[in-house]
Design a protein around this ligand. Structure first.
Ligand code: XMP
Length: 323
């Protein structure tokens, strides 16, 4: 019988006997899959697991804290946080091309992660032989199949591992679908903010700024995004939409009037979509009052933004993200 309890028990037993007295490491992305995989392995082998979280500075407001505090509180996991914001921003300096950004972020991510890994391996403890990955059943199918739109963009967390990888992989979610992973996570005591999290791209806000990525622009977008998320949650719409990217058109300016003067600011795009699997999507018909509230708040509260626009494009032809 399939129950979350059975899945957990089975995996815990299997992981324990596989790992023995060796150690494992796991990269946390802030997403559901890696969090649940890590929590499951932590349940099995406790502090023989070390988690690594690379803070690339491209996260949304509060997300790093969620991993640092809430996740650790719920699992008791041993966590190494690498603050790599400056490194990523330096690498991204002057870059506007979306694919270029993705490549840089993916490359830096692996470098920072490998360095943290090397430091963990170099300490006195037992050998680190295992790497935990939050691979789901659809990932297995998608990366093997290689059909359709999945290959249009280079997803840096799929197939981005070094070729001379010496770890043995532990993929405890390999047979599960997303909703099952959420149930397992819930059973493991993870907070809703992590378990019910909507999809968020690995390259983070780096691909939601059309134009060069800078600290100032990231801060601006973080503020706008936080407002949109707050209002969508307050309106009880989190479960109705798949996700709502908030995009900063950093290379665009338009004329506005705010207070008693002319402004020349940036537009923010709201991209709420409904979807089953992100392969196709429809733009969400959000209530006008909610859109109005978000628009008013963003233009009032976020300096340098004087216009909020709504993306009413399906996928296809538009992808969910703008880059
Ligand atoms: P697109 O923009 O291709 O997005 O319609 C489909 C889904 O994938 C997410 N996405 C990513 N997730 N790494 C990820 O982990 C990535 O590089 C990436 N690019 C897009 C996107 O948020 C949407 O849910």
């Amino acid at each position: 019988d399939w129950t979350t309890g059975n899945v957990i028990e089975e995996q815990v037993t299997a992981i324990r006997s596989l790992v023995g007295d060796k150690r494992a490491i796991c990269g946390l992305s802030g997403g559901v899959d890696s969090a649940v995989a890590a929590a499951l392995v932590a349940r099995a082998i406790g502090d023989q697991l070390t988690c690594v979280y690379v803070d690339h500075g491209l996260m949304r407001k509060g997300e790093t804290e969620q991993v640092e505090k809430d996740f650790v509180a719920a699992t008791g996991v041993k966590l190494v946080v690498v603050d790599a914001e400056e490194r990523f921003l330096t690498a991204l300096k002057g870059v506007s091309d979306p694919e270029e950004k993705r490549k840089i972020i993916g490359r830096e991510f692996i470098r920072v992660f490998e360095q943290a890994q090397a430091e963990i391996i170099a300490d006195e403890g037992p050998a680190v032989e295992f790497l935990v990955q939050g691979t789901l059943y659809p990932d297995v199918v998608e990366s093997g199949g290689g059909t359709g739109t999945a290959n249009i963009k280079s997803h840096h967390n799929v197939g981005g591992l070094p070729e001379d990888l010496e770890f043995k992989l532990i993929e405890p979610l390999r047979k599960l679908f997303k909703d099952e992973v959420r149930m397992v996570g819930q059973e493991l005591g993870l907070p809703d903010e992590i378990v019910q999290r909507q999809p968020f791209p690995g390259p983070g806000l780096g691909i939601r700024i059309v134009g060069e990525v800078t600290k100032e622009r990231l801060d601006l977008l973080r503020d706008a995004d936080a407002i949109a998320r707050e209002e969508l949650t307050a309106a009880g719409l989190d479960r109705d939409i798949w996700q709502c990217p908030v995009v900063l058109l950093a290379d665009v300016r338009s004329v506005g009037v705010q207070g008693d003067g002319r402004t020349y600011g940036h537009p923010i795009v709201l991209r709420p979509v409904s979807s089953e699997d992100a392969m196709t999507a429809d733009w969400s018909r959000l209530p006008y009052e909610v859109l109005a509230k978000i628009s008013t708040r963003i233009t009032n509260e976020v300096a340098d933004v004087n216009r909020v626009v709504l993306d009413v494009t399906s996928k296809p032809p538009g992808t969910i993200e703008w880059e």
